[in-house]
Design a protein around this ligand. Structure first.
Ligand code: PGA
Length: 250
């Protein structure tokens, strides 16, 4: 079993004036005592990657991006490629977040191509999947998860460099979390499908839960079977809250 991963997704938040102190705060906490068996990652907006990377220098905190283009370079105005992220010290990139699927029309095929590019650039992809509320109510949650997992995860992937985040859309930014029983069911299904596709090596794939994770609910969620960490949005914008989640790892 690899380390648990607590990843902060800052989304489109942070100017230098508040983002850099936030990174410095996380770096100080990590330098003062990172719990054993836990890896910490922050994913600021592209504009802060360089500054946050400098603020984290020497601290045991990894740097990641929130998206990545499928090509390495070229005529793609406004886009950012894996070599660019690597150049800034990123070791992770989130791909297929539900907000990108919803607002940028990203399909499972797009997500897979991005994950391939992230891997080719030497970074680790965090592939996000999750059902909508309507899909859950229709009893389709596991079917949606299976489809997104099959479509979004590349075939040729080093399993110890794959992270999958289960983020039910209805739990993102809403204050509602999936129950530990629901999380256990979905994570168990993700593990089963990954092992069926890739073999026993897929037990090394880290499966994160995301959606309104806070210090108050983190301990229970992180203790759930087949949960290997958390993808944290809102609570990652406050050092104390984010560190409370880091310290909730079992
Ligand atoms: P949230 O976001 O923690 O604010 O619900 C999680 C995410 O979207 O990654």
């Amino acid at each position: 079993m690899g380390k648990m991963l607590i990843a902060g997704n800052w989304k489109m938040n942070g100017l230098r004036g508040d983002g850099l102190p936030l990174a410095t705060g996380v770096a100080k906490r990590a330098a003062a005592g990172l719990p054993t068996g836990v890896e910490v990652l922050v994913c600021p907006p592209f504009t802060l990657l360089q500054g946050v990377g400098e603020a984290l220098a020497g601290a045991p905190v990894a740097l990641g991006a929130q998206d990545c283009h499928r090509e390495t370079a070229g005529a793609y105005t406004g886009d950012i490629s894996a070599p660019m992220l690597s150049d800034l010290g990123c070791s992770y990139a989130i791909v297929g977040h539900s907000e990108r699927r919803a607002y940028h029309g990203e399909s499972d095929a797009d997500v897979r191509a991005k994950a391939v590019a992230v891997l080719a650039g030497g970074l680790t992809p965090i592939v996000c999947i999750g059902e909508s509320e309507a899909e859950r109510e229709a009893g389709q949650a596991l079917a949606v998860i299976g489809r997104q997992l099959a479509g979004g995860v590349p075939d040729d992937v080093p399993l110890d460099r794959l992270v999958v985040a289960y983020e039910p859309i209805w739990a993102i930014g809403t204050g509602r979390t999936a129950t530990p029983a629901d999380v256990a069911e979905v994570h168990g299904e993700m593990r089963r499908l990954l092992v069926a596709r890739f073999g026993e090596g897929a037990r090394a794939v880290r499966l994160l839960y995301g959606g309104s994770v806070k210090p108050a609910n983190a301990r229970e969620l992180l203790a759930t079977r087949d949960v290997d960490g958390a993808l944290v949005g809102g609570a990652s914008l406050n050092t104390d809250d984010f560190w409370g989640i880091v310290e909730s790892c079992p």
